[in-house]
Design a binder for this molecule. Structure first.
Ligand SMILES: C[S@@+](CC[C@H](N)C(=O)[O-])C[C@H]1O[C@@H](n2cnc3c(N)ncnc32)[C@H](O)[C@@H]1O
Length: 333
């Protein structure tokens, strides 16, 4: 059994991102306690879990208990799979119902008694205890270092435009499409979504109506080592004319407001036309992840075209902007 700790700011989107990766890699979510997911998965899931954007870490779940005393009793029976030195680290979630103040010391003593050495500053193995409704203990296998994502934020890129999603969100959008081979962003801007897709090994296709964006996205992709891409200057409402192929997955973040980024069009008309064109170039069964401000009903508009809504996640960006991230699927007909 594995555990995955998801991020707290878009928890439903984070959970569905995990679900999508488990569907690709064989596995399922077996339970949830606030931001802690219990997961059944085989080895084949790891390459997909390593793609996650909205997760803190995952690991091997070794025990679960209803009280501190029960956890400590059970811990004596576990063969702790520790390599080198270890440290016990507690995560007290907002719904924690137990007093875990002394737990690291007591659990550490039990593991120490099995012959393992403690190193509090640089442990080789991290034993993680999560406190929520219940208590859980396991071994961390993978940590998603925030520095990796932070280093790809808009202002760190050679071509900078302040219109980019956070890289963690871009990564999650890519994952929610369940893309395995390729991804198109038909309004790519500076290429934030394409960078995240390229870094997990997808072939990426991008379109923007502005030449400086096409050139800028190209620079950014190369800067992060993404080489397998095809970028085009063109209109996202006429994708059928730009490509003679159909796509497995599409993710995009259309412009929200100013006339400059809308290239002179009325916003709602542009959104409807883009949705229609995306529908036409998506393969049957293919998925679209897309953001719209809340005053455009993306669900109704997409369903009119034949899309099925798989997910819808609210985010307040600032005082004058809140949006939904949507995941749509084109029927298999
Ligand atoms: C919000 S930005 C995308 C940001 C991008 N996700 C990133 O990470 O940099 C929207 C982009 O859509 C482009 N755009 C606007 N109308 C378009 C159209 N009809 N066809 C293609 N691109 C368009 C704008 O030039 C802008 O670069």
């Amino acid at each position: 059994m594995l555990y995955i700790e998801i991020l707290g700011n878009l928890p439903e989107m984070a959970r569905d991102e995990v679900k999508a990766m488990l569907e690709l890699g064989e596995g399922e979510i077996a339970g949830q306690d606030y931001l802690f997911l219990k997961v059944n998965a085989t080895e084949r899931a790891f390459p997909f879990l390593n793609r996650l954007g909205l997760a803190h870490e995952y690991g091997e779940l070794l025990l679960e208990a209803d009280s501190v005393d029960e956890l400590l009793e059970k811990a004596k029976e576990v063969d702790w799979p520790i390599e080198g030195t270890f440290k016990v680290d507690t995560e007290t979630m907002a719904n924690c119902r137990h007093n875990v103040l002394d737990l690291p010391r007591k659990l550490g003593a039990i593991i120490h008694a099995q012959g393992f050495r403690v190193n509090l500053s640089r442990p080789d193995t991290l034993v993680r205890v999560y406190c929520g409704e219940k208590l859980y203990a396991g071994i961390r296998l993978h940590y998603f270092d925030p520095k990796d994502f932070e280093g790809r934020k808009a202002h760190h890129r050679p071509f900078f435009r302040p219109i980019s999603l956070h890289p963690r969100i871009s990564r999650a959008l890519v994952n929610l499409t369940k893309a395995k081979r390729e991804l198109l962003d038909p309004m790519m801007g500076a290429g934030g979504i394409l960078i995240e897709a390229g870094l997990i090994g997808l072939k990426v296709y991008g379109v923007d109506i502005k030449p400086e964006m096409v050139e800028g996205a190209r620079k950014n992709l190369l800067h992060y080592g993404v080489r397998d891409f095809e970028l085009k200057l063109g209109d996202a409402t006429r994708l059928e004319e730009l490509f003679d192929k159909r796509f497995e997955a599409i993710a995009t973040d259309p412009p929200y407001g100013t006339s400059a980024t809308l290239a002179g069009r009325k916003r709602e008309e542009l959104y409807r036309a883009v949705l229609r064109s995306i529908y036409n170039v998506l393969k049957p069964g293919g998925r679209l992840a897309i953001a719209f401000p809340t005053n455009f009903d993306g669900k109704v508009e997409a369903e009119k075209l034949g899309f099925v809504t798989l997910g819808m996640y609210y985010q307040r960006v600032h005082k004058s902007l809140d949006r939904y991230f949507y995941v749509f699927e084109k029927g298999k007909r």
